[in-house]
Design a protein around this ligand. Structure first.
Ligand code: SF4
Length: 387
């Protein structure tokens, strides 16, 4: 069996994308005609141009599509032109409180501006001017409504940040822009509770055709934030809702990008790269599956070629999974049967399983670089199993 590499269009998805307007965010298309993009936000002082550009370079290398930078002061606003010019990926300026920085960000050549109207003084009075400046410069605006900063009148009406309150706030703010014939808008309605967040985006998706930026705000440290984001984004992406995502973690932003990409890969919205299929282990295991899976994962870190590697702990499911993967091991009696492209190519002592798998993975990756790779899942990425 031969599997073509780099085959995003062949992967089955749970639902077609919800049809939206299309935006051009500094060369990255956002909307239903484009792939779901991954965003993150720098944690450096924006005014520190070198540190910010360094972090953007790291995020770019990790696969981030669009980066957001905070702009709380005049020094930060002054740094925007240099950052927007030198960043390898589009830069969105994140503006709270001060409308004058919206204009500064547009003038600086930022790819888009995120505003939270509930947090901007006299926003309603300024919409006309902002819409004109953004339209003249071709700069899209993200209306970012957050549970913690709802427009006071809407908060008073609902008493708390319900899904309906978030949506009413966002659509009201979007209507202010559309009254000025400005439609290059994407919207987010973030909440820290995934159930509220999902319901808000579902309601919003029914009531407008703007592209939607998904986020569970203040999702927490890596483990909790990953679970919350994966469940909420998964529920929405499974219905075709969501055009760009940001995983918010109390962790370095590069982790947000890794988690975001991984969520999209799991939903078949991005082609998979390395996939380790490893069993959870049980009383039948004849090797230390956790150690084996960790060592193989570490040994293959950074592999760009889609490869499925199966790591299985015994002979119950081991041979079947290992056969299905591009590369795999089924362990037992202190030995490992190594499978490549569905065939047993050798049996090695337990101590040599990891190095053998890594050697074979490298060989397959090289072959793949030359054009094709055999074995693995139909229409999908090569895989490695450990078990
Ligand atoms: S492959 Fe074997 S060791 Fe692993 S979970 Fe299944 S039965 Fe248990």
């Amino acid at each position: 069996m031969t599997v073509d590499l780099g085959l995003p269009e062949a992967l089955p998805v749970l639902a077609p994308r919800r049809k939206t307007r299309q935006l051009d965010v500094g060369g990255v298309g956002v909307g239903s005609d484009h792939r779901v993009s991954v965003q993150s936000m720098t944690t450096t002082l924006t005014a520190d141009v070198n540190a910010t550009l360094q972090q953007i370079a790291e995020l770019t290398a990790a696969g981030c599509d669009i980066v957001r930078v905070a702009c709380p002061s005049a020094d930060d606003a002054e740094a925007l032109p240099a950052i927007a010019k030198k960043s390898q990926i589009p830069v969105i300026a994140d503006i709270h409180f001060q409308p004058k920085y919206v204009f500064a960000a547009i003038d600086a050549g930022c790819a888009a501006v995120r505003v939270n109207p509930g947090n901007i003084k006299k926003f309603d009075d300024k919409v006309g001017e902002i819409a004109k400046a953004a339209k003249d410069a071709g700069t899209p605006i993200r209306i970012g409504v957050n549970a913690g900063s709802l427009e006071p009148g809407i908060f008073a009406k609902y008493g708390k940040a319900t899904p309906e309150a978030l949506v009413e706030s966002a659509l009201w703010e979007a209507s202010l822009f559309s009254e000025h014939d400005f439609h290059d808008i994407k919207i987010s309605v973030k909440h820290h509770d995934p159930v509220t967040m999902v319901r808000a985006y579902e309601l919003l998706a029914e009531q407008c055709d703007y592209p939607l930026h998904l986020g569970v705000t203040e999702a927490g440290p890596t483990f909790q934030g990953t679970i919350k984001s994966a469940t909420a984004f998964g529920a929405l992406l499974a219905k075709g809702i969501g055009d760009t995502i940001r995983v918010s973690l109390s962790a370095p932003p590069i982790e947000e990008v890794r988690v975001g990409l991984s969520i999209l890969e799991s939903m078949n919205l991005r082609p998979r790269k390395l996939e380790i299929v490893s069993c959870p282990s049980c009383g039948r295991a004849q090797v230390d599956v956790y150690k084996l899976a960790d060592e193989v994962t570490a040994g293959l870190e950074g592999m760009e070629v889609p490869l499925r590697v199966a790591v299985m702990g015994c002979v119950v499911n081991g041979p079947g999974e290992a056969r299905d993967a591009d590369l795999g091991v089924a362990s037992g009696n202190g030995k490992g049967q190594i499978f490549v492209k569905g065939e047993v190519i050798k049996t090695v002592p337990e101590a040599q399983i990891v190095e053998t798998l890594i050697d074979e993975a490298m060989r397959l990756a090289e072959e793949a670089g030359e054009g094709e790779l055999s074995g693995g899942q139909a229409g999908g990425a090569p895989t490695v199993s450990v078990g």
